[in-house]
Design a binder for this molecule. Sequence first.
Ligand code: HEC
Ligand code: HEC
Length: 280
Amino acid sequence: MWRGTFAALSLCVFIGTAAHAETLVERGSYLVNTVMTCGNCHSPKGPAGDIPGKHFSGGLSWDEPPFKVTAPNITQDKETGIGSWTDAQIKTLLRTGMAPNGAHIAMVMPTGFYHILTDRDLDAIVAYLRTLKPIRNAVPVPIYKMPQTEHVLPGAEKPFTEAMLKDKVQRGFYLASISHCMECHTPMGPQGRLWKTRLGAGGFEMPGPWGMSVSRNITSSKTKGLGNWTDAQIKLAIQHGIDKDGNHLKPPMGFPYYANATDDDIDAIIAYLRTVPPQD
Ligand code: HEC
Ligand code: HEC
């Protein structure tokens, strides 16, 4: 039943975007509400997920050794949201993590994966954010206990061009980057994420209201990763949170957001995952 509903929704999005030339706002809405999972952090949650009518008005909080922050209100409210930010300020924040006051925001916001955004997609995200109806809601000011830095995904340091997105595996890498898959799925060493030695190996612990989630191996390893999974099985895991053995996966991976991504985009992400060197 659930699967049917989700499949129908995905189909609507697909037809909706394929049938006519997509406007900037439509492209931005698609990115923000599906693969980029912005609302997974920036929308307040109730027991049934995002609270209706309150989307993007401020969300989850993190209290960790380097910082204590809440995902801010990113609606167009001028005082408590980003309504008075210029387009350039929003773009700089998304692509570099630098706030208008010159401070680097907490690394919770995955800006190190957004350097890769094409100019068009960056414009599209800003155009869509401008359409969000203002909601008044002030979140606590961030507290930084040390200077903040970004985790930049190797290969995602520079903006892609639209031409680079024509290749399926490259587009899959692009989408996986802005979906920050490898942030959760790559373990941390003392110097940060182990991009070079353990990319996609899993094993990163994420405690939360759901208990403890430990990310899994999504490399092409046939024994420990996705090497023996079919495309359909990987798709079901990404979009509906059901693994190869039929178990339901726990948050914080944003399954309901990925559920509405187009088949084309999920296929491209899978094509990229097939190229991730095996890790055991
Ligand atoms: C994994 C969680 C997470 C995701 C995903 C995420 N953000 Fe954030 N974002 C945060 C947090 C936390 C902060 C605040 C960090 C701080 O205060 O240092 C933030 C800050 C911001 C800010 C600065 C707002 C302000 O008032 O300072 C903007 C704008 C923003 N995010 C937009 C977005 C957009 C657009 C997306 C999707 C493309 C997104 N974020 C995805 C967690 C997230
Ligand atoms: C916010 C963190 C986070 C992000 C982002 C994320 N994941 Fe996950 N993912 C997890 C966790 C944690 C699990 C395991 C959940 C559990 O054990 O219940 C998981 C499970 C999976 C599984 C199931 C694997 C298995 O062996 O059962 C796949 C496949 C997967 N993720 C792929 C992806 C892809 C592809 C992306 C990007 C499009 C992604 N994930 C983004 C945290 C994340």
